[in-house]
Each structure stands twice: as structure tokens, then as C-alpha cells.
Design a protein around this ligand. Structure first.
Ligand code: NAP
Length: 671
């Protein structure tokens, strides 16, 4: 019998005592044994902080992004090893695709976002500079730096690979080492994926550790630089969150808990509408993918009272086509629950729900033809006609293929019922009527972490009700845990500290590696476009000659571009305008003339201009005004061995020295 090793202090460690057997979901045979007894949890945390953290923090965001890509490639290359093991979790190949390739996809997504959206630096600037004094000699700038502790990831059993990787991607990108503790029931799959990552040799020492089993006294040793990111039931979350060390040390605790997610069928959806069919399909899919063991699964299906019988009939027809059994069989469309303990729990929850609703499809009993030693159960649909009176239906999560159908009177009632779940991860509104979606959104938005508006226009491309995505927030308020994961780069920041820096513009420019408003500009003999990426220093500036803008220039530009907006061409109308008080130059003319003033034309290190950001036209430019530009190297980001991105600040001023336009210009420069 394989014994799952822990990975502590950069070594595989096997525990020989306190072993717990992990049974297969299919026939109860023992797949592996595991224990974490004997691990020195304090030493693991220390190792993460003292060895892993400094090594990760020495890397830039881009280096860490490349590390994620390497890990994702390794998992993809060896995915079949994971599929082979994951069969024992009871999941179908499609379910495991979500877990395994969805997990690798999340790493890939963060690898790419890290390279595109984060600087090739070790510090992250957040937002604009705030000028804090009259003369601009004292400024404020928010920055993010990585926490210097460890991230403790406690995961649920249902997604043994994705569950680990969706947390690791932002954590490692932030520069924080992690200690992973998977749900025991499927820890053999997590451990195999973990091993693939260690085998790459890409991870610096101390960056990752694994506990397969109980966490012992780990929580006793947490500090305010550590983060606990928990996924699992509300009950366990409450227990862990109440550990004295969490409050005493001010430890960040991110909780992703269960939730009573709902789907609402809009009143516009008649039985022959595409939305009616989409609703039925989505509810059935959510009940059966992963045999309903999904934190985002639809547990409550809310439909207009007038349609409940038709929806029930359609759901029953669709559910009767679900084939439950060994996922290895091609005809099977839904596998088993993770184990017989989970099966007993789901049956107990169905019994509880049955106190307030009647079962209209399935019975929760043994499945004909399926191995009775396995954890098989067919989908169970319940129905209540009085959802207002119900308590348990809005509170009890049966973590299996179980949902309850309930009627609503009007949209306010639908929103109120959805909100009875006290906060959910995901909610679907199935409607083709924007006014229905708008009214519901205003009535229930703040109770739900993600809202999926489904209709005929997006159905073919929709990623579905139940799929958390790396670019969108995963998490929900209240009952769902109040946590937030992923959501693009925002998820990375959960493992960093936001600090408000104050000081002189010059000092803050140097420490942030970015030219900030008010900092000195250095002018030199050489035009900045003649300097290669490596030669250009932050703050290097070209102040151009001035150019006077004439009425002829404005008219020529208007006719040439076709932009004959009254403010440029109609003196009387422009004079009557509350903004212009007479004819003014086009904003685009100012930009074009500014480029004409600062561009050095011959081929050289500047390969291309590829965009402007933060463009603001601050003051109108009138005929006869003259403009001048200052082009300052603001930030440099190496992109490839051959090229790097230069962000330039461009400040366009008039003859009185007043700012008329400002923006960031992005160029790609040869190294
Ligand atoms: P669980 O029983 O609450 O366990 C979650 C994790 O906590 C497991 O790793 C578990 O380890 C660990 N754990 C339990 N007691 C602990 C303790 N005293 N100290 C340290 N760790 C402890 O939940 P589950 O059965 O694995 O997962 C199903 C639940 O998770 C469902 O309610 C589901 O809705 C929820 N879930 C939520 C999300 C989300 O993103 N919001 C995602 C998936 C699942 P052991 O396995 O070793 O007990």
C-alpha cells in the first residue's frame, strides 16, 4: 500500500505512525495511506520564512511568472499520471479535465498575466502618485511588497489539483512560499501533482512544502506575516478561524466556504424559449458535474411560480438520462462521490432537506448496477412550494448531486429568496430581458461573488455557472466565507502588503525604480531615442523646442482627418460653449505635434510606439498658443532578451508653462 509522503524542509518525509487509509470512491479498496505525525510544523514555517521567502523575493515578478509557466508545462506533460490516479476519486474524465487541465490552465494564466501586467521588478506600484504639498516636494505613493511569512493553503477534497494550483499561482507570483495541506480524501492526486512540480527542479528551496494529514500545532506558530487560505466547509472554517493565534497575531485568513448557490429563471422565459432550455441544461449540469461536489454548484433553482410544473418535468426528463456508474465506462455521465463517508453525509442532508421539500426525482438510495462498495448516488431533485417558510433549504448544503426547485412570485421575491443563502459564490440569472437582469442585479448583487447572466446570445461561449476563472474573482460574502481568490492580479495582492510611501519625489522615484511626478529630470546631450534600453536611465528627459499652433494648422488638421467638430471650426458655437470660449486645437493635433517635437526619426533603438495610457487634455490650446513637450523615461520593463518596454511620461505645456496634456507613451526598445 503506498504511503503518501509529506514534503518538509525540502525533503520527502514519510510518517509511519497514525496512518489513515484513503479508500477508492469506486469500490472502497485502499488507494493510499497517509499521516503527518512527527512533522515539525514550527520548523516548516521557519523554513518557509527563512529559506523560501528570501529566495522567492530575490526573483522579479517576471522570473516568478516564468517559474509558474515551467510548473504548468510539467503538469501538462505528465497529466496522464494524474488522470490515472484521479479515477479513484470517482470523477469522470471530464470532471478530471476541469481539475487537472483547469489547474495547469490557471498557472498558465497567471504566468501570462504576471509577464503582461506586472513589472519586471520586485516591488509593485499601486495607483497614482498623490501630491501632498503645495510645491510638490512631498508626495505619497502606494506600493506592494511580498509578505515575509508563509502561505498556509488548506484545501477541500473536491479539486485536488486545481484547488492547490489556483492558490499557488498568485502566491508564488507574489513571492511568498507556501505550505499546502490537501483534503485527505483525494490527497494522493494532490501529492502526485505536487511531486511533478518538485521534480522540475525549478522551485527555489523552501518555496513549497506539503502536509498530507493533520496540521498538528501549525496554527500555534503563525504570525502576522503569514496567510491562511482555507477552502472547505463553513464548520471547519469557523473552527480554524477561531484559533487564538489568528486573532492574537492578526493573521490574514481567507475563507472560501460552502454556499447555497442559486439560479433564477427570468419571467420572460416561456417553455419554448431558448432560455428555458438553457436553464434546465445548466441546473442538470451543475447537479452532475463532479457528482455535484462543487462549491459553486446550483443548489436552489428559482423559477416563476407559473412555470414550476413545466420546469420540473423538463428537469426530470433530463435527469433521467444521466447514467451513474464507474467513470471508466464510456456510457457513464456521472461518477461517484468521493467516498462512502461523503455518501452517508449527502444522504443525511437529503433527509434534512426532505423535512421542507418533497423529492420529485431520484431517491438517494443505491444505484442499480453500480458497485455497492462504491459511493454512487443518482441525482436527487427536491421541490418546495413554500420557499418562504423553509429554513433548511436555504442553509443546508448537500455536497452531492442534489438541488431544490422553488417558485417565486416576482423579481423582488426571487432576489429575496436568493439572498436567503446569506452570501454565495455564484448565481445565474437566465433571461433575455435586460430589465429583468438589471432589477435582479440591484436586488441581489451584494450577496453574490459572481453573477452569470445566461441567454441565447452567450450560451455557446459561456464558461458556465460553476466555473471559477483565473481572471475573475472567486469568493463570496457572508456564508460563502467573505474571501476572495484569483481575480487576476488582484489575487496576487492578497499575499502582499500595501504600504503608503511618503517622501520627496526624488527619493520615492529611486526606491520605486519609477520616475514619479515632481522628481528631477536629467537632460543630456544625447536624444533619448538614441539610447538603447540598457543605456536609458529613469528620469532622463528631452525638453523640446516650442511650436506655435495657428488657425491654419487647426483647419488643415480638421480637413485632413475629417474631424470638423464645432469646437475647432465654428467660432460662434465654440464661443458659446461653456468649456472652450472660442475655437481650440484638436486634442489629437496636440498629440501629433508633440510627437513631431520629440521624435528623433532615424532608425535606432526605439523600435515601435505601441500605445498611450492615462491621456488627459487638461487645458484648451487656442490658435496662437505655443506648445512644448517634456519626454521623460518613467519606467523600464525587460520583455525579451532583445527588447524592453519603456514607459515615458509626456507633459505638454503652453507658453505660460501650464500643463495642457499629459500621458504615458509606451515604446519597445532594443536592449
Ligand atoms: P472540510 O471537511 O471543511 O475540509 C476542508 C479542509 O480542511 C481539508 O483539507 C481538511 O482536511 C481540513 N481540515 C479539517 N479540519 C481541520 C482542522 N481541525 N485543522 C486543519 N485542517 C482541517 O471540507 P471538505 O469536505 O474537504 O470539502 C467540502 C466542502 O468544501 C464543501 O462544503 C464545499 O462547499 C466546500 N468547498 C468550498 C469551495 C470554495 O471555493 N468556496 C471550494 C471547494 C469546496 P482533512 O481532509 O484531512 O479533514
Amino acid at each position: 500500500m503506498p504511503i503518501l509522503n509529506n514534503y518538509a524542509l525540502d525533503r520527502w518525509v514519510q510518517a509511519d505512525t497514525g496512518l489513515v487509509a484513503i479508500p477508492s470512491a469506486l469500490d472502497g479498496s485502499i488507494v493510499a495511506e497517509t499521516s503527518s505525525q512527527g512533522l515539525d510544523f514550527a520548523a516548516m514555517l521557519r523554513h518557509a520564512r527563512v529559506v523560501g521567502g528570501p529566495a522567492l523575493r530575490a526573483m522579479t515578478f517576471h522570473e516568478r511568472a516564468r517559474l509558474l509557466k515551467g510548473l504548468a508545462e510539467a503538469i501538462t506533460a505528465r497529466k496522464e499520471e494524474l488522470y490515472a490516479l484521479a479515477v479513484h476519486t470517482g470523477a469522470t474524465r471530464t470532471d478530471n479535465w476541469i481539475d487537472i487541465e483547469g489547474g495547469a490552465g490557471t498557472l498558465f494564466a497567471y504566468a501570462s498575466k504576471g509577464r503582461r501586467e506586472l513589472p519586471n521588478a520586485r516591488l509593485l506600484i499601486d495607483g497614482d502618485t498623490e501630491v501632498l504639498s503645495k510645491r510638490g516636494g512631498f508626495i505619497g505613493q502606494h506600493v506592494y511588497t511580498p509578505l515575509q511569512g508563509a502561505a498556509v493553503h488548506i484545501n477541500a477534497f473536491n479539486f485536488p489539483v486545481w484547488g492547490m494550483l489556483e492558490k499557488l499561482a498568485p502566491t508564488l507570483l507574489a513571492g511568498v512560499p507556501a505550505i499546502v495541506k490537501p483534503g485527505t480524501a483525494t490527497a494522493y492526486v494532490t501529492k502526485a501533482a505536487f511531486r511533478i512540480m518538485i521534480d522540475t527542479g525549478l522551485l527555489p528551496p523552501g518555496a513549497l512544502q506539503l502536509i498530507v494529514g493533520a496540521t498538528g500545532d501549525l496554527f500555534e506558530h503563525l504570525t502576522g506575516q503569514d496567510v491562511v487560505s482555507f477552502t472547505g466547509s463553513a464548520q471547519t472554517a469557523a473552527k480554524l478561524q477561531n484559533h487564538p493565534a489568528i486573532a492574537r497575531e492578526g493573521v490574514r485568513f481567507v475563507a472560501e466556504r460552502d454556499s447555497l448557490n442559486a439560479a433564477i429563471l427570468g419571467p420572460d422565459a416561456t417553455p419554448d424559449s431558448p432560455e428555458f432550455a438553457l436553464f434546465v441544461k445548466e441546473v442538470v449540469r451543475e447537479m452532475t458535474v463532479k457528482a455535484g461536489q462543487k462549491c459553486t454548484a446550483i443548489r436552489r433553482a428559482l423559477v416563476p411560480a407559473s412555470l414550476i410544473d413545466e420546469v420540473q418535468a423538463a428537469l426530470k426528463t433530463a435527469l433521467s438520462k444521466v447514467v451513474v456508474g464507474d467513470p471508466a465506462s464510456e456510457s457513464v455521465t456521472m461518477g461517484a462521490l468521493v467516498g462512502t463517508t461523503q455518501l452517508a453525509d449527502v444522504r443525511a442532508k437529503i433527509a434534512l432537506l426532505s423535512q421542507e421539500a418533497r423529492i420529485v426525482h431520484g431517491d438517494g438510495g443505491p444505484v442499480a448496477g453500480a458497485d455497492e462498495r462504491g459511493a454512487f448516488i443518482a441525482p436527487v431533485l427536491l421541490r418546495t412550494d413554500d420557499p418562504d417558510k423553509a429554513e433548511l433549504l436555504h442553509e443546508v448544503e448537500a455536497f452531492g448531486p442534489v438541488a431544490t426547485l422553488m417558485p417565486y412570485r416576482d423579481l423582488a421575491h426571487a432576489a429575496a429568496l436568493a439572498n436567503r443563502g446569506k452570501g454565495s459564490l455564484a448565481l445565474s440569472i437566465v433571461t433575455h430581458d435586460p430589465s429583468v437582469a438589471t432589477e435582479l442585479l440591484l436586488g441581489l448583487g451584494s450577496f453574490h461573488g459572481r453573477i452569470h447572466i445566461l441567454n441565447r446570445d452567450c450560451a455557446r461561449e459561456s464558461t458556465g455557472h460553476g466555473s471559477p476563472l483565473p481572471v475573475l474573482v472567486h469568493g463570496g460574502p457572508g456564508r460563502a466565507g467573505g474571501g476572495e481568490e484569483m481575480g487576476g492580479i488582484r489575487g496576487v495582492k492578497h499575499y502582499m502588503q500595501r504600504t503608503a510611501l511618503q517622501g520627496s519625489p526624488d527619493m520615492l522615484s529611486v526606491v520605486t525604480g519609477t520616475w514619479l511626478t515632481g522628481a528631477s529630470r536629467q537632460e543630456g546631450e544625447v536624444h533619448p531615442f538614441r539610447l538603447r534600453f540598457g543605456e536609458l536611465s529613469i528620469g532622463y528627459t528631452k525638453v523640446t523646442a516650442a511650436r506655435t499652433i495657428t488657425l491654419e494648422d487647426i483647419e488643415h488638421f480638421a480637413h485632413f482627418t475629417g474631424d470638423t467638430f464645432y469646437a475647432h471650426m465654428d467660432e460662434e458655437a465654440a464661443r458659446a460653449s461653456p468649456i472652450f470660449g472660442g475655437r481650440v486645437a484638436h486634442g489629437y493635433l496636440i498629440l501629433s505635434f508633440a510627437a513631431g517635437l520629440f521624435v528623433d526619426p532615424a532608425p535606432g533603438p526605439v523600435l515601435a510606439n505601441y500605445g498611450l495610457e492615462g491621456l488627459r487634455f487638461i487645458k484648451p490650446v487656442k490658435p496662437g498658443d505655443s506648445i512644448q513637450a517634456a519626454l521623460t523615461a518613467k519606467e523600464k520593463t525587460a520583455k525579451t532578451p532583445e527588447m524592453g518596454e519603456v514607459r515615458w511620461n509626456v507633459a505638454v505645456t503652453n507658453q505660460a508653462g501650464e500643463l495642457v496634456a499629459t500621458y504615458d507613451l509606451l515604446t519597445m526598445n532594443a536592449v
